[in-house]
Design a protein around this ligand. Structure first.
Ligand code: SF4
Ligand code: SF4
Length: 259
């Protein structure tokens, strides 16, 4: 089975002289191709710790760069630039600017977890991809991705009511991502459901969409989960050095300092 690797040499770093004669020898064209020298000076030495502090990134330190994750990756099979092994390498080396070159495709992980099952070191590369996409958003390098909007909508409903209702999740997701609620594929799906599902089931589904199901006696659990989630968010922002930035912005805006 081939191992798909991304070349460390970017096309823009390859230079070729169309016309070049050296010591009387014509080395025009590909004979004069060379790699532009590259010096990395902006290492982020805390990068691995920052990713480790986010959910899913906890085991990144275990990676031994075997490449099994990239080799088994669903997205890599259609886009060779999607390379979990390479990104894990960049994070562990602290090569933030190199990672940022791929910032617009990292969120595209489809969470199939093929990499997770292939990894011999239990790194959970799928989690690392999630943590990295989250890190990019928290640091302001990318806008909130559709998958993050979906996760927030899903977990928001679980926390609020202790239950989810698929129709409401879809509505919330479309609203957050600016998509129309009436989409051709959705209309077709509803038509087929109306044609094929039992009336009783359809009635229950319709009722759940309108009423929003709730687990009885959920309010104490909801408050405890909210408190925990808020604590985790503070910890994560602190690990990424964002709490100080937020506090400084608050004080600039005239808000009292937090204890
Ligand atoms: S979970 Fe993401 S990174 Fe892992 S194989 Fe699937 S698409 Fe690739
Ligand atoms: S499969 Fe696991 S150990 Fe191998 S490169 Fe991927 S994350 Fe690292």
């Amino acid at each position: 089975m081939p191992i798909h690797e991304q070349s460390l040499i970017r096309p823009e770093n390859l230079k070729t002289h169309e016309q070049l004669v050296v010591d009387g020898v014509d080395v025009s064209g590909h004979w004069s191709t060379f790699i532009e020298s590259r010096v990395v000076t902006d290492y982020n030495e805390a990068m691995q710790e920052e990713i480790t502090a986010l959910p899913g990134g906890e085991y990144i330190h275990r990676c031994w760069q075997c490449g099994s994750c990239t080799n088994s990756c669903t997205v890599n099979a259609i886009n060779a630039d999607f390379n979990p092994r390479y990104w894990i390498y960049l994070i562990r080396m602290g090569m933030e600017s190199e990672l940022l070159r791929d910032k617009d495709i990292i969120w595209q992980c489809v969470s199939c977890n093929r990499c997770t099952y292939a990894c011999p070191r239990d790194v959970v590369p799928e989690g690392v991809m999630k943590a990295t996409a989250h890190w990019l958003e928290l640091k302001g390098h990318t806008p909130k991705s559709p998958s993050m909007h979906f996760d927030e909508e899903f977990s928001g409903q679980v926390i609020e009511r202790g239950k989810i209702e698929e129709g409401r999740i879809m509505q919330g997701f479309f609203r957050r991502t600016g998509q129309p609620l009436m989409q051709d594929w959705l209309v077709e799906m509803v038509k087929r459901m109306l044609r094929h599902l039992p009336v009783g089931m359809l009635a229950r589904m319709g009722l759940a969409t309108v009423l929003a199901p709730r687990t009885s006696g959920w309010s104490r659990a909801r408050d405890a989960i909210r408190e925990y989630v808020d604590e985790q968010h503070v910890k994560q922002r602190r690990a990424l050095g964002l709490e100080d930035v937020i506090e400084a912005a608050r004080q600039d805006a005239g808000a009292p300092a937090r204890s």
